[in-house]
Design a protein around this ligand. Structure first.
Ligand code: NDP
Length: 501
């Protein structure tokens, strides 16, 4: 029988009131991995109320006390590293080399990073003249609602939970329905590590009911969301009714720009990583390749040859580079993209068919797929596929490359491959995205801010900047001379200072 998991509400691990559950399916073989509670608005209400009641007490704890719990969380995560990496792999198909070496490492380190930087945040004193002093004090927002996607299920949740709690907020987390299990396990660790009841709450259930109830809940002061741009628009619209702020990290259609002088070997390595890591299910994936016409044929030959060598198969095998995509409906959607790209006249260079090996037969796999000679305005070059499917096109000048790259409703990231760093910097300034890498793609670290512009969203994850998403600056003014200094001064005490105006 599949393991049943529990949600975390007010420090207690519990079922949903209806006792209904949702099956979590292993996309590598279609088998049930576990069952998560199918919550309703009732659990959202209980969780939001618990968080609301816990908020004043948690806000009064010192950053040092919070950091102590964070370090315990990091140690516990390391202890369970192997087991959790396997669970992550089973619930959404990410290859074990990734879940073990990236996800589980980042999960623990994120708690430690935030335990450190969260203790170093300060306010400011402001120059308002000799008669007063003014300062900013940073305060928590109260209860925050955190809604997360499946492509890095635990990493994304932790990257929101840690700054939220470190800034003194309490939280209600809503993980994705197809891959909620590691976030539910995190609830168990939170109890063990000693978070006071109500500080961290986790509810599972459908985005259309549980997610929307969380967005609308009057106790929730802010929503932080990562996911699809269309979902982001829906959440923004819902939240606007209460003028509730929403931080959004949304989709991307990210350009990988190869200039004529690029060092071809590392460029191909970066192109493979950028396009196919995590089966291309990355908001930062390089899904549009803009190649200078003088090196286009060379790039195509080497890129296709390298992609052909990617090992597609059982994600629990440490040698596997490309696992299945997260669920059947997503695989079907990607296949429809591929069919439309074929019909559009783009040249199929690799893949385009469902892999059919003993390892892939029962799962939701998509072969690495490359289309050449794509029209920059075609669907494949404009819409996010979120799978191992990429398109290539040529350009003649750096100006044209920038113009093609910027001709997108998204603005998350881009990379430029060149030995001419001056030229790279000129283009980096012109690209309308949140991150530009020179000779690198998909290097995302805690120290650097992550987040885009346009329909990719407008907030920041990671770095010290993320703390601004979870706190408000209050200005406090102190009069130093003891007498009011307004233009009306004295008028109400017999004098008439208005004469002086
Ligand atoms: P979705 O937008 O479908 O889902 C994300 C989360 O939102 C899930 O928990 C989902 O719940 C919930 N949700 C769905 N509908 C609503 C709603 N109406 N109200 C409130 N919550 C809702 O995205 P995916 O999970 O499919 O994730 C993939 C997308 O995320 C891609 O487009 C990708 O680009 C983007 N992404 C962006 C990142 C960035 O940093 N910019 C990082 C990672 C992903 P449920 O699962 O129950 O439907």
């Amino acid at each position: 029988m599949a393991a049943e998991y529990r949600v975390l509400i007010n420090g207690e691990l519990c079922e949903s009131a209806t006792r209904e559950t949702m099956d979590v399916i292993n996309p590598a073989n279609g088998r049930i991995v576990g069952q998560a509670p199918k919550c309703t608005e009732l659990e959202v209400d209980r969780a939001a109320e618990a968080a609301w009641k816990a908020a004043p007490g948690w806000a009064e704890t010192s950053p040092t006390e919070r950091a102590e719990i964070f370090f315990r969380m990091a140690n516990l995560l390391r202890k369970h590293r192997q087991e959790w990496a396997r669970l992550e792999t089973m619930q959404y198909g990410g290859p074990i080399f990734k879940t073990l070496n990236f996800d589980m490492r980042f999960d623990a380190e994120h708690f430690e990073f935030m335990a450190g930087v969260g203790r170093a945040v300060t306010g400011a004193t402001l120059p308002v003249g000799p008669q007063a002093m003014s300062m900013t004090i940073r305060q928590p927002l109260g209860v925050v609602g955190l809604i997360t996607p499946w492509n890095f299920p635990l990493v994304t949740a932790i990257s929101k939970i840690t700054p939220a709690l470190m800034m003194g907020n309490t939280a209600v987390v809503k993980p994705p329905s197809c891959a909620p299990l590691t976030v539910l396990k995190l609830g168990e660790l939170a109890v063990e590590a000693g978070f006071p009841p109500g500080v961290l709450n986790i509810v599972t259930g459908l985005g259309s009911s549980v997610g929307e109830a969380l967005v609308r809940h009057p106790y929730v002061s802010k929503i932080n969301f990562t996911g699809d741009s269309e979902t982001g628009k829906r959440i923004l619209a819902l939240a606007s009714a209460a003028v509730k702020p929403v931080a959004c990290e949304l989709g991307g259609k990210n350009a990988f720009i190869v200039l004529p002088d690029a060092d071809m070997e590392p460029t191909i390595e970066g192109a493979i990583w950028g396009g196919f890591f995590n089966s291309g299910q990355n908001c930062g994936a390089s899904s549009r390749y803009l190649i200078h016409e003088s090196v286009y044929d060379q790039f195509v030959e080497k890129f296709v040859a390298a992609a052909r060598m990617l090992r597609v198969g059982d994600p629990s095998n440490p040698e596997t580079m490309i696992g299945p995509v997260a669920y059947k409906g997503h695989r079907d959607n990607i296949e429809r993209f591929v069919e439309r790209a074929k019909e559009s006249g783009a040249r199929l260079l690799l893949g385009g068919e469902r892999p059919n090996t003993p390892e892939t037969r029962d799962g939701y796999f998509v072969a690495p797929t490359i289309f050449g000679d794509c029209d920059p305005k075609s669907e494949l070059m404009q819409e996010e596929v979120f799978g191992p499917v990429v398109g290539l096109t040529k350009f003649r000048t750096p100006e044209e490359a920038v113009q093609i790259a910027n001709d997108s409703r998204f603005g998350l990231c881009a990379s430029i491959w060149t030995r001419d760093i001056r030229q790279g910097l000129v283009m980096a300034k012109q690209l309308k995205v949140g991150t530009v890498w020179l000779n690198q793609h998909l290097s995302i670290v805690f120290e650097c801010p992550w987040g885009g512009c346009k329909e990719s969203g407008h907030s920041k994850e990671n770095s010290i900047m993320v703390l601004d998403e979870y706190s408000m600056m209050k200005n406090v003014w102190i009069d130093l001379v003891g007498t009011p200094s307004t233009p009306w001064q004295g008028r109400f005490q017999g004098g008439n200072r208005l004469d002086a105006l």
